[in-house]
Design a protein around this ligand. Sequence first.
Ligand SMILES: [Zn+2]
Length: 171
Amino acid sequence: MVIDTLHFARSAQVMDGQLPAISCTRLCQDLPAVQPGVFEWRLAGRTDAERSDAARAWLDVQARGSVRVICQRCLAPFDLELCVDNTLALVDDTAQLEAMDALESEGHGPETEYLVADPRLDVQALIEDELILVLPYAPVHDVCPGAEAAQDLADTNRPSPFAALAQLRKR
Ligand SMILES: [Zn+2]
């Protein structure tokens, strides 16, 4: 699936679809081979009506779905929800991109992400790029299943404060 980014933005087009995690080979290259998740994605173009140059054209990118990862604490696989909600400002070429980045690194420019306008942008690759950006480097469970069981065991062995209170009341 290929779009002309500037045309897409200027004509305020919207596109959405589903992307199976298993087909995101770059996203999944270091992840478990079994990938049951499916990403729902949406791409919307828009422009600033007063200006016709590329600098005032945007792509809104959204994607949501889960990817199977290995918890880096307990080494068990689990499904991690990824959520992309980003806006990319289109620029005419790489030179403009570098100029914008230079401004930003000096603290003058706005905090914006840029994308070089492309007459043949691969939509799936763009969605996958955005998913890769939000994939944590070392994913971990909020609470590891093993840790929770260990914690429960610790709790049953420890006298509860309420039990201690009940003992006091008996006196
Ligand atoms: Zn874990």
